[in-house]
Design a protein around this ligand. Structure first.
Ligand code: EPZ
Length: 430
C-alpha cells in the first residue's frame, strides 16, 4: 500500500459505509483466548493492522490462528501455548502496548512471560500484587509466578482502560477473590467481561465501578461477536459534519455512543438511528460552538475529540475543549492551524472542572475560533486519530493536499480508502 495520497477537498462526503468490531475490544478478546483450554471464535473482526499484529504475537506464542478476513471470523486455538523469544516479540509488536496484556494469561498458562521494555509500571504493579515476580533486565522484563497468582484488592489511582483489562485477565484464573476499585467501565471492557463470562469466569460489576472477580481454575474457549467500533463510527460522523455531508454508518450502535450523539446534536449535526446503523448528516446552515470535556466512560471519549475538533473549526463562535484523559492530545492542531484553523492551546483547565493535568505543564485545553475556511496543505500524519483528523481536514479543505504517512491510519480504520471512495471523496494515490 502506498504511504502518500493526494486529496482534492471541498466535496461533501455522501453515502454509506460499514464499521465492524471495535479495535480496542478485538485486540483484547484475542489475548483472552490464551486463557482458554479450548479454541475460541471471534466474529465481526475488522481487517486492520492491529489485528494482524496481535495475530502474529499469538502465533509466536504457539496459538493456531485462522483468520477469514472477508467474513471477519477469527479462530484461535491455544492448545499448544509456548514461550516466545523477546526479540521476536519486539520486532513484531513495534510500539504497541498489547504485549503487556499477554502477561496475566501467560503467567497462568506457562508460569512466565517475557516482554520488551515499555512504559507499563502500572501493569507491573498489578501483576506484582497478584504475586508475580518482576525481574527487570538489561534486554527487557521477565515475569514469573513461582507460587501461582492469588486474588487481591486493588484501587486504581485513575480508571485506566489497559490496567482494568490487565487485572481482569489476570484475576479470572487467580486463586480466590479479587476486587478492583475505581475501575474503567468502557463498553469495550464490558464486552471483554462478556467474553470472559462465556469462558467460565465469575465477574460482578457494581454501580460504584468496583469489579469483583471470583477466580476459577480452568476456562474454556468462547464464541462471540465483537461490539461495533464507536471510535470509527464517530470519526465518520465528524467527517460528515466537517464536509457538510451525509453518511450512513452501518453497524454503528446507539448505546455506546450516547455522549457523542448528544454533543453532535449540540454542535448542530443531525442523526437518525436505524436498526442497522446511524445516519449522520449536516442539515445545512451554521454549526454551533460548544464547551466540551473528554472523560472516561460514560463521558465523551478522548478518541472522539480529534475528529470533532476539525468539525468545530466550521462552527460559528468559540468552542472550548478540555482534554482530561491524555496530557498531550492536541499536537495535531498545529497542522490544522497551518490549513487556516484558529486553535489556541492552553495549559489551564478551561471550561470545566480542574483535572489532574491542571497544575502541570501540559497543553491540554483548546479554544477553537470559527468558522475558518480550511485550505489545502502538505500534511504528515502524526498518529492514528490525529492522522484521521488531518485526513478529514484535507477532505474539507479547498484545493489539493498531500497526506503522507497514511499507513498509520490503517492500524485502526478498516479499508478507509475504499470507504472514502464509496463516499465520493476525490483522492489519488501517489
Ligand atoms: C486505551 O488505551 C485505548 N487503547 C486508547 O485508544 C484510548 O484512548 C484509551 O484506552 C482511553 O479510552 C487501546 O485500547 C489499545 P488508559 P490505554 O490506560 O488502555 C494514564 C486508540 O487510538 N495511565 O486508559 O493505554 C495514561 O497515561 C487508542 O485507539 C497511567 O497514568 O489507556 C492516560 O493518561 C489511543 N498509568 C490515562 O491513564 C498507567 O499505567 C488513560 O490511559 C496506564 C495509564
Amino acid at each position: 500500500m502506498t504511504d502518500l495520497i493526494y486529496v482534492n477537498g471541498g466535496t461533501p462526503l455522501n453515502g454509506s459505509i460499514t464499521v465492524r468490531g471495535a479495535k480496542n475490544f478485538v485486540s483484547k478478546a484475542m489475548v483472552a483466548a490464551l486463557l482458554g483450554e479450548t479454541p475460541s471464535e471471534l466474529r465481526n473482526v475488522p481487517d486492520i493492522r492491529d489485528v494482524h499484529v496481535v495475530s502474529g504475537l499469538l502465533e509466536l506464542h504457539g496459538v493456531k490462528v485462522d483468520y477469514d478476513v472477508k467474513a471477519g471470523v477469527l479462530k484461535l486455538d491455544p492448545s499448544n501455548v509456548e514461550t516466545a523469544h523477546m526479540a521476536d516479540i519486539d520486532a513484531h509488536a513495534g510500539a504497541s502496548r498489547i504485549p503487556i496484556l499477554f502477561c496475566g494469561p501467560l503467567l497462568h498458562r506457562l508460569g512466565g512471560c517475557r516482554i520488551g521494555d515499555r512504559p507499563i509500571d502500572f501493569h507491573l504493579s498489578i501483576l506484582r500484587q497478584f504475586g508475580a515476580v518482576v525481574d527487570k533486565r538489561e534486554n527487557g522484563i521477565f515475569l514469573s509466578a513461582p507460587n501461582g497468582l492469588k486474588g487481591t484488592k486493588i484501587e486504581l489511582p485513575y480508571p485506566s482502560v489497559g490496567a482494568t483489562e490487565q487485572l481482569l485477565m489476570t484475576a479470572v484464573r487467580a486463586e480466590g477473590i479479587t476486587e478492583l476499585s475505581n475501575a474503567a467501565v468502557e463498553p469495550e471492557i464490558l464486552d471483554l467481561i462478556n467474553v470472559l463470562q462465556k469462558m467460565g469466569a465469575i465477574i460482578t460489576v457494581r454501580t460504584d465501578r468496583v469489579i469483583r472477580i471470583e477466580g476459577v481454575p480452568v476456562l474454556k474457549g468462547y464464541s462471540h461477536t465483537a461490539l461495533a467500533d464507536r471510535i470509527e463510527a464517530a470519526s465518520w460522523a465528524s467527517a460528515a459534519l466537517a464536509t457538510r455531508g451525509d453518511i450512513f454508518v452501518k453497524g454503528a450502535t446507539q448505546p455506546e455512543m450516547t455522549a457523542f450523539l448528544n454533543t453532535f446534536r449540540k454542535v448542530g449535526g443531525e442523526f437518525e438511528i436505524q436498526d442497522d446503523g446511524i445516519r449522520f448528516f449536516h442539515p445545512g446552515g451554521e454549526l454551533k460552538p460548544i464547551v466540551l470535556e473528554t472523560d472516561v466512560h460514560p463521558g465523551f471519549m478522548t478518541d472522539w475529540q480529534q475528529p470533532l475538533v476539525v468539525a468545530l473549526t466550521q462552527a460559528t463562535g468559540l468552542s472550548i475543549v478540555h482534554e482530561t484523559v491524555y496530557e498531550n492530545r492536541f499536537g495535531f492542531t498545529d497542522a490544522l492551524n497551518g490549513m487556516g484553523a484558529q486553535i489556541q492551546v492552553y495549559k489551564e483547565c478551561l471550561g470545566g472542572t480542574e483535572c489532574r493535568f491542571g497544575q502541570r505543564n501540559f497543553h491540554h485545553s483548546a479554544v477553537i475560533a470559527g468558522p475558518t475556511p480550511l485550505v489545502a496543505r502538505d500534511i504528515v500524519v502524526p498518529d492514528l486519530r490525529g492522522g484521521f483528523s488531518h485526513l478529514i481536514a484535507a477532505l474539507a479543505a479547498e484545493g489539493r493536499s498531500s497526506v503522507k504517512g497514511i499507513q498509520l491510519i490503517d492500524r485502526g480504520y478498516e479499508n478507509f480508502m475504499g470507504k472514502l471512495e464509496a463516499l465520493g471523496a476525490k483522492f489519488e494515490m501517489a
